[in-house]
Design a protein around this ligand. Structure first.
Ligand code: SF4
Length: 561
């Protein structure tokens, strides 16, 4: 199916983590491949897609506020809600005024097709958006509808949905306490069992609309862990990896487009590759037992040249193997890896990151808590001593590396002594930054049923203590570079390409002209003078001002292999 050209287009608004941003970029690709153009903002779009997050109650609230805002400012728009919140609570969302479609992560890979085939908005249909064979408004039959019944509404939609099977299994029906009901809804809902899905949406995504220097490539989705506080596995499904050939292709495309740093990301990135090893012949699933989608993915995977190379090893491919393949098969100048769980920081991975000048000296290692009891209640798979050991190894191998962590305060039952163990660990270890989260109960997760909820004011205070401690450590880390040389990539100015700081809010302490840059070890750098964006250079650090290094460029160059 192709949509007509030259119609007011779609607009995708993303919420939440990098993985969600990557999904958003892939959704844009879907619409563009179908001939729709991107509107400049949500008020001018015929279709507004809200790509939601549900990691906290506040994230849900942000999505609901966005729906209200769009409904107010652009009442004619089709409001399509997708992402993790849509997967978790489809009926709740469908009951909100203005929402025309709720499409969970389970059906996100077909979102543009589904929206096109089921559009009932006059503003959309009048623009010739629907192709021959798609259902008419009369037969779109809005109301409660599962993927299977929706598939009866037209050949195109049936085609789009056929590989998925007939199940409509919202998470909330699996996890909601008996007798509880979500509000009734009258909008089409496309959500099925996420654990039955094998698709992985992937398209490079950029950090911020005005910072397009360091694309982010999602290579893994889902998670096989079941941390007691976390809703992610229920809304993103099992861990699955992008095949290596596809990754190499994406990286080479980005390199060809002139990018010099690529950030690899995933929900549980260190598990990349564990699902890619083919089954021995007698155990292989036959296509007749698979959905068409899965069958074609498996066929594609077996003919994947980079995979064959990795397969020749005696074990399933590991994340470190992939990094080596990227280094050897692309000319990418710098690879940065996002969050990797402590168990996956193997000696091999640490020594690879430490030894390659083409991999950024940056390790983000989720900690959550340093109390053994709390980690057990969280169902985390490591103990505090292992965490400490990993961070010490990383620091010993790369003394100037950025080392960051996620910490969670306020899990039900967290005592003062348990929090103190976390505070002490943060104080002791060489962290250069910390992301501190306050526990938020997520419906359906085991932790939501734990007794002894921590009072809000206590959790807030613990959050403040950790943030202040982390800020002091970050400042000390930054000051340790004064008088030294750092490697950094120049960014596209926050105030527009080539403006070089002009238009930035005036600050006495900042040089009149400067260029923003990011160091290899993840520190913000203000470089004196104007420099072209997207260049690796060395800089002499002179000071630390307003949370950033300040310095002067020595000479432009690039990392050697
Ligand atoms: S590792 Fe734990 S916290 Fe992270 S996504 Fe998986 S279940 Fe959630």
């Amino acid at each position: 199916m192709r949509y007509h050209k030259n119609v007011p287009g779609y607009y995708v608004e993303n919420f939440g983590c990098r993985a969600t941003q990557a999904d958003g970029a892939a959704l844009e690709r879907q619409f563009e491949e179908l001939g729709l153009s991107r509107a400049s903002n949500s008020s001018q779009a015929a279709i507004v897609v809200l790509n939601t997050c549900t990691v906290t109650a506040a994230a849900d609230q942000d999505a609901r506020a966005a729906i209200r805002r769009i409904q107010r400012r652009n009442p004619e728009a089709s409001i399509v809600v997708t992402g993790c919140y849509a997967q978790r609570a489809p009926r709740e969302i469908a009951s909100l005024p203005g929402v025309t479609h709720v499409i969970g992560n389970s059906h996100k890979h077909q979102l543009a097709e589904i929206v096109g085939a089921t559009a009932d908005s006059e503003s959309v249909l009048d623009l010739g958006w629907r192709s021959a064979g798609a259902p008419s408004k009369a037969d779109s039959g809005f109301g409660w509808r599962s993927a299977s019944s929706a598939a009866n509404t037209g050949a195109q939609l049936a085609g789009a949905l056929a590989p998925e099977g007939p199940e409509f299994v919202p998470l909330t029906t699996l996890t909601a306490p008996a007798g509880s009901r979500e509000p009734e809804a009258q909008r089409p809902i496309f959500v099925s069992d996420i654990f039955a899905h094998t698709e992985l949406l992937a398209a490079p995504v950029f950090d911020a609309p005005n910072e397009r220097t360091r694309p982010n490539l999602k290579i893994q989705d889902g998670c096989d862990n079941r941390c007691s506080f976390c809703v992610i596995p229920y809304v993103r499904g099992q861990s699955r990896s992008l095949p290596p050939d596809r990754i190499i292709r994406e990286v080479n495309t980005l390199v060809g487009a002139g990018y010099r740093e690529v950030v690899l990301s995933g929900i549980n990135l260190g598990r990349w590759g564990r699902d890619l090893r083919p089954q021995p012949p007698d155990l292989r699933l036959q296509p007749s037992t698979l959905s068409q989608t899965l069958a074609s993915e498996v066929r594609g995977l077996r003919s994947d040249a980079a995979f064959q190379k990795l397969e020749s090893r005696s074990r399933d491919p590991r994340f470190a193997d992939l990094l080596r393949t990227i280094l050897s098969e692309t000319s990418l100048e710098k690879l940065r890896i996002s969050s990797v769980e402590p168990m996956d920081w193997t000696d091999d991975l640490i020594s690879l990151v430490a030894s390659s000048p083409r991999i950024a000296k940056h390790a983000h290692v989720p900690m959550q808590s340093a109390s053994d009891a709390v980690l057990r209640r969280m169902h985390r798979k490591y103990r505090p001593w292992l965490y400490r050991e990993k961070i010490e190894k990383i620091h010993a191998a790369m003394p100037a590396a950025a080392i960051g962590a996620d910490a969670m305060v306020g899990l039900p039952g967290e005592t003062d002594a348990e929090f103190e163990a976390t505070r002490r660990m943060v104080e002791d270890l060489p962290f250069t930054y910390l992301h501190v989260f306050t526990y938020s109960a997520r419906p359906g997760t085991p932790a939501a049923f734990l007794p002894n909820q921590v009072p809000v004011h206590v959790a807030r205070e613990r959050n403040r203590v950790l943030r202040e401690l982390a800020a002091d450590k970050k400042l000390a880390f930054m000051r340790s570079f004064v008088g030294k040389t750092v490697e950094a990539i120049t960014l596209k100015s926050e105030w527009g390409a080539g403006e070089c700081g002009a238009g930035a809010p005036a600050r006495e302490s900042r040089p009149a002209e400067f260029t923003e840059a990011l160091t290899d070890n993840y520190l913000k750098l203000h470089l004196k003078g104007c420099h072209e964006p997207n260049r690796w250079l060395h800089a002499q650090v002179e000071d630390v001002i307003d949370g950033a290094l300040e310095g002067a460029a020595k000479h432009a160059d690039s990392p050697s292999s």
